[in-house]
Design a binder for this molecule. Sequence first.
Ligand SMILES: C[S@@+](CC[C@H](N)C(=O)[O-])C[C@H]1O[C@@H](n2cnc3c(N)ncnc32)[C@H](O)[C@@H]1O
Length: 465
Amino acid sequence: MAKANRVYPKKVPVSKNQEVEAEVIDITYQGMGVIKIDSFPIFVVDAIPGETIRVVVTKVLKNYAFGRVIKRVTVSPDRVSDVDQVAITTGIAPLANLKYDAQLKFKQRQIEQLFKKVNVPVTVAPTIGMTNPTAYRNKAQVPVQMIDGQLTTGFYRRGSHKLVPVDNFYIQDPKVDEAVRVTRDILRDYNVSAYDEHTKKGVVRHIMARRGYYSHELMVVIVTNTKRLPEAEEIADKLRAKLPELKSFIHNINNHDTNVIMGDWNETIWGADDIHDQLMGKDFVIGPNSFYQVNPQTTSVLYTLAAKKAGLKATDTVVDAYSGIGTITLSVADQVKKVYGVEVIEGAVADAEKNAHNNHIGNVEFVLADAPEQMVKWANEGLKPDVVFVDPPRKGLTSELIEAVSTMAPETFVYISCNPATLARDAVEILANGYVIDGDIQPLDQFPQTTHIESVTVFKRGVKS
Ligand SMILES: C[S@@+](CC[C@H](N)C(=O)[O-])C[C@H]1O[C@@H](n2cnc3c(N)ncnc32)[C@H](O)[C@@H]1O
């Protein structure tokens, strides 16, 4: 008689408050070092591969534990010594303790490992990095809480909603940081309260600031839980006096019990409804709810590379799925016959249409729709693009969209990804739908000092397996 396969509970080899010593063997996607005790992983903030660390175990779960460094027995040559600890402990810049070259290698290796897990052989090129990999973010969305009776801006401590006060965000444009501090101080002057998630009382939830890298136009948005922003006009006057670059001051209401930062309702208190910035020689209007790449310096490198890899021709019909305010659509439009964009946020489509008009680009069409639904619709209508670009959010593509692309059968399918885990998952399905990966996957560092990884993968139509 065959023995029943019993699953015995695995013995957890560590307990809370125990001290252990081990070598850091990896970094997680959250930027934590990994040590193992009898194959049991312990995740540790501010620990770099190659370092031997003494750790006190702070929390034990069934399959892993967390620990805190009490002594660094050996220090990695890849460690940056003078880094601001708040950047690490909050997770604003969880890789800031790692030399930049090592960060770029970590990102290349992450993609390699994720493709290995799904058994897809690929070559990943070295990550293209930035010359100055700090102070690059053009946008901040900063949470607000009352601390010691004072409205305070900062960042949540890792894995919590406990606010750590922060003035300098290290990876943000210093002018964006300044706009947040100035707005916070004015709100303090007018005794405007912060919203409290527990009591559901108070006013301000977030301050958002975005600044055009080339245009220097600044937008400040105060997101409130309440319908009214007290002293709105007075706040506008003070902001204008203190922030000469201010072009747009907006009140946004978000009274939903949600982690989504911006609500759907905006009122322009002062100035324009949007700001402009330039990218690859084109002018773009950017509204408060529209996605715009946060690293304008590397975005043009990314799009130039994606267009080059696509091998665009003047006779091509192109689809740009998840088109946002039309940055990819409009940057390739003058190289091809026609581009169709599809995007789900109404304001972003309105911006995209304005952007086409302002840049005198006539061979583009934007559709407000769910991208998978619209791709199925186009496929059913017999649209046959030569090239499809996709640039989805972190959750990646759907089977529906991949099948629609396979029906439309473009020669070239360019996948711009901000999450290699969903890219690898989707690649399996894209390959099963008759495509092959063309050349190397190219990572590009859109988000230095963080664990986020952007990459471009080109699929070419091959033989269906
Ligand atoms: C990573 S952004 C890329 C935007 C644009 N390509 C760019 O680089 O500026 C992803 C975009 O997908 C949009 N989006 C999210 N879910 C969508 C869906 N189901 N259908 C269409 N667009 C969607 C977001 O609003 C966002 O503009």
